[in-house]
Design a protein around this ligand. Structure first.
Ligand SMILES: [Zn+2]
Length: 177
């Protein structure tokens, strides 16, 4: 029997949480995209705000009383906003018991080439599975949609998010930081 290392356990569990959400909420899946904005708006303990933030901030999640406020930078592209929201929602889904005060995110794919157990990697892996599910992604590539541009259009995420996903799934060997 081979021993699974702890890194892959954390990575798998964050992706499994995301996969469960898609399985349980098929009404939010349209074509190949998960409507993350509508889904998060439907949650009673999360308040979603889309508003202008500083250039270098993608978004943040803040615990206010018993609720969580997620803010996404409206000045960034709609495709980036989707991943930012999925990432912040990942912090809610994976780490809400540990969240205190405000957790702010700048560059989401920083140090993507480093292996880490950190919550940022878990939130990114969660977001990647939610918006670019492994099976759909591999099916799309098999069907001939294999350029970052085509896959970005299909999954409604940035080309950088597509490259991150391809890197994390071992389809490409390095991630261009
Ligand atoms: Zn984060």
């Amino acid at each position: 029997m081979t021993k699974q290392n702890s890194t892959s356990i954390v990575k798998n569990s964050s992706q499994e949480v995301a996969a469960d959400i898609i399985r349980n909420k098929p009404e939010y899946v349209k074509n190949s995209t998960f409507d993350i904005f509508s889904y998060v708006k439907s949650l009673s303990d999360v308040e979603l705000k889309i508003e202008p933030l500083c250039d270098d901030i993608s978004g943040y999640i803040e615990k206010v009383g018993d609720k969580f406020v997620i803010v996404v930078n409206s000045l960034q592209s709609p495709l980036r906003q989707r991943f930012t929201l999925a990432h912040e929602f990942g912090h809610y889904s994976l780490h809400k018991a540990d969240l205190e005060g405000k957790h702010q995110d700048t560059v989401l794919f920083r140090d993507a080439n480093e292996d880490s157990l950190g919550i940022e990697y878990a939130a990114n892996d969660f977001a990647a599975e939610l918006l670019i599910p492994k099976e759909s992604f591999e099916d799309a590539i098999k069907s001939g949609k294999n350029t970052p541009k085509q896959l970005s259009n299909l999954f409604q995420v940035t080309e950088k998010a597509i490259l991150y996903r391809a890197y994390k799934l071992g389809i490409i060997k390095s991630f261009p930081n």
